[in-house]
Design a binder for this molecule. Structure first.
Ligand SMILES: C[S@@+](CC[C@H](N)C(=O)[O-])C[C@H]1O[C@@H](n2cnc3c(N)ncnc32)[C@H](O)[C@@H]1O
Length: 246
């Protein structure tokens, strides 16, 4: 039986909505990203197998079950899951970031995960570019909603500018790894970034407004935003890079 069928069958047997559940379970088994998590944001969540994993693992491990908050966001509607607040929206929109914050009642999340994938065209470069736009949106939302020290897991397409993605994430996380779980099909260009130890650089003020008037941004945000959005390093020099090191 082909490898993918094993995961597909196991997903059916164990009640997961998609075989993707095993990817997050395997990432957690390797990196303990769900340890101690009470609040979680699942970006690009439909049909909901990662939300199921978050819900099951967090409820199983938590001693303060009343204090658990899980938010799932997707463009598409998703069948309800007990204990999961659902937002139907675009992760590239400022409104989505604001709605997440509202649902957490001012508190921040312990983890943000994003398994987002654009509609694949089969054109490798285009697919990789659209995927990295989703990843950028996920990083920008994360700068609003993740607590200091929190974790981030997101899908990437390998073969894009992986080193640029890692450089972007290292601005915000003390630990960044690229990982391909065994349940991710070998032929797929998909992999995951696993990041821990979130910290906003000093003077970085979160924004989703990638076209913001530079004059309205703090100096650090003004320098980092072009880099985050399109990898433009022209605003950097070695001194600047040291200044923003976290
Ligand atoms: C691979 S599926 C996610 C599977 C999910 N992690 C699970 O385990 O069930 C990718 C999802 O990304 C969503 N998506 C793509 N672009 C999006 C965007 N801009 N905003 C929100 N969701 C998006 C799609 O609607 C799709 O449901």
């Amino acid at each position: 039986m082909a490898e993918r069928d094993v995961y597909y069958r196991r997903a059916k047997e164990e009640g997961w909505r998609a075989r993707s559940a095993f990817k997050l379970l395997e990432i957690d088994a390797n990196f303990s990203v769900l340890q101690g998590v009470q609040r979680a944001v699942d970006l690009c969540a439909a049909p909901g197998s990662w939300s199921q994993v978050l819900s099951r693992v967090i409820y199983e491990r938590s001693e303060k079950k009343d204090d658990i908050r899980l938010i799932a966001v997707d463009l598409n509607e998703m069948a309800p899951l007990p204990g999961v607040i659902q937002l139907q929206g675009d992760i590239c929109s400022t409104t989505t970031a604001q709605q997440i914050i509202t649902h957490f009642e001012g508190q921040k999340s312990d983890i943000v995960v994003c398994d987002g994938a654009p509609d694949v065209t089969g054109l490798h470069d285009l697919d990789t570019m659209m995927q990295s736009q989703l990843l950028t949106a996920a990083i920008l939302i994360t700068t609003f909603v993740l607590r200091e020290g929190g974790n981030f897991v997101a899908k990437i397409f390998k073969g894009g500018d992986t080193s640029l993605i890692v450089a972007q994430l290292e601005l915000f996380f003390s630990y960044v790894r690229i990982h391909k779980p065994p349940s991710s099909r070998a032929a797929s260009q998909e992999a995951f970034v696993v990041c821990k130890g979130f910290k906003l650089p000093a003077d970085y003020v979160p924004t989703m407004d990638v076209d913001a008037d530079p004059e309205t941004l703090t100096p650090t945000t003004r320098k980092l935003l072009p880099f985050l959005v399109n990898g433009d390093l022209s605003g950097f020099d070695p001194v600047d890079t040291e200044t923003i090191a976290i």
